[in-house]
Design a protein around this ligand. Sequence first.
Ligand code: ADP
Ligand code: G6P
Length: 475
Amino acid sequence: SAARRGASRRASFVVVANRLPVDRVENPDGSQEWRTSPGGLVTAFEPVMRTHRGAWVGWPGSPDDDVEPFVHNDLQLEPVHLSADDVELYYEGFSNGTLWPLYHDVVAPPAYHRDWWDRYVTVNERFAEAAARVADDGGQVWIQDYQLQLVPQLLRQLRPDLKIGFFLHIPFPPTELFQQLPWRSQILQGLLGADLVGFQLPGGAQNFVRLVRQRFSYETRRDRIRTPDGRTVVARAYPIAIDSSSMHDLAMSEETAARAQEIREDLGNPTTIFLGVDRLDYTKGLPERIRAFGELVADGAVDPADAVFLQVATPSRERVEQYRILRDDIDRLVGRINGDTGLLGRPPIIYLHNSYPREEMAAMYRAADVMVVTPLRDGMNLVAKEYVACRDGDNGALVLSEFTGAAKELRQAYLVNPHDIDGLKSTMLAAAGDSSRNKARRMRIMRRHVFDHDIDHWAGQFLDDLGKLGPGSDY
Ligand code: ADP
Ligand code: G6P
């Protein structure tokens, strides 16, 4: 096995995230294996850890699982234990029932429960203690995402010698939404424990600085905050990226080309393959996109003998109520459209509720003529960047929601407002029917951007900045 047990080693570079890059999964025959964890955070961070080495502190993905520190595929992994109650109150509850919807523009109603908050505090303390154990003297610790916003301050109390960075992978909300949170001051104080707080977009960083100024009257200047204990905290945007060249190389391999051809044949050799790839999440705008495609078929603008929509959705947070509701909604919507408009052997929508290896994803991207990315709100959306990295030549079109971080960079995408079903329909048609020349030009510009701003560049910028801040610096 690729996993090797070992005692914790101290590391001068430590990443702390709710999840480890791999999940422990149990097979039907009772055997266990490690599988890549879902979501963009892990996609982005895995290559960062390969470049910068160090240790990764996180949860192995199932409740009540006691795992010793171990090495997996060359990465040093330091498991944090979560009980079934922790998973329910801290992970499903406060992280994904309160913070996730609140930070995504309340597209679902956030719930505020004091016992969820109490457990969020307790579990954040546990992550801070684990990081404090693993980090070497004067080391750098980089804390990730909304599940761990108290860790910067808690860790600073335990280990004032460390340089502490924090990066929020999801949007930081407008100030008036953030103010709903009964524990808003504690969250801000938690983040202020870091030397550098990173956001996807400049607007998020500005919202954070404004809130700190309003709530605590700390002195702020542009992206800098002075705390009463005399520290400087910097809040800045670092739009996250992907490992573009390895994604590209994978997509361009002969095996992937053959698999892409096979996928096209399995789908009945349609002229146009539309593709959606997401975690099954209510922020992703799945019903909007499926409804729009269904209407195109019903209107006769799209012929199901000629076009197909392939939607791949990774199961996600399945015990959280809003996710259950979404799953049922999608099942019903897809069933209705296929039943009403499908031809024998040619359902217009192929819906796969499953996750696939990177190789298979690359083949799907390569097979797809139109990639449809329609979140109602998304911090970045790496799927859009992956699609661009997998394209070559003069075909392929990206339909992209204005409400993603990626839309700020990929300006040559066919941009849409996913709330506008008519706009979505006409943009999907326009993207499919555009000339090769136009598609090639748009893709070339986006490809250059995705290659020039890859994950190495991203991590390098954050860590360079962090290196200049913190204990011992006079920034
Ligand atoms: P989020 O982080 O909200 O899930 P992103 O688009 O930023 O959204 O990242 C999603 C990541 O998960 C991408 O790397 C994508 O390739 C991967 N992914 C999404 N759906 C699937 C799937 N069905 N199977 C395998 N990987 C998937
Ligand atoms: C998004 C979040 C990550 C999270 C991932 C998967 O990318 O920003 O923090 O890990 O979704 O979600 P999950 O709840 O399964 O960890």
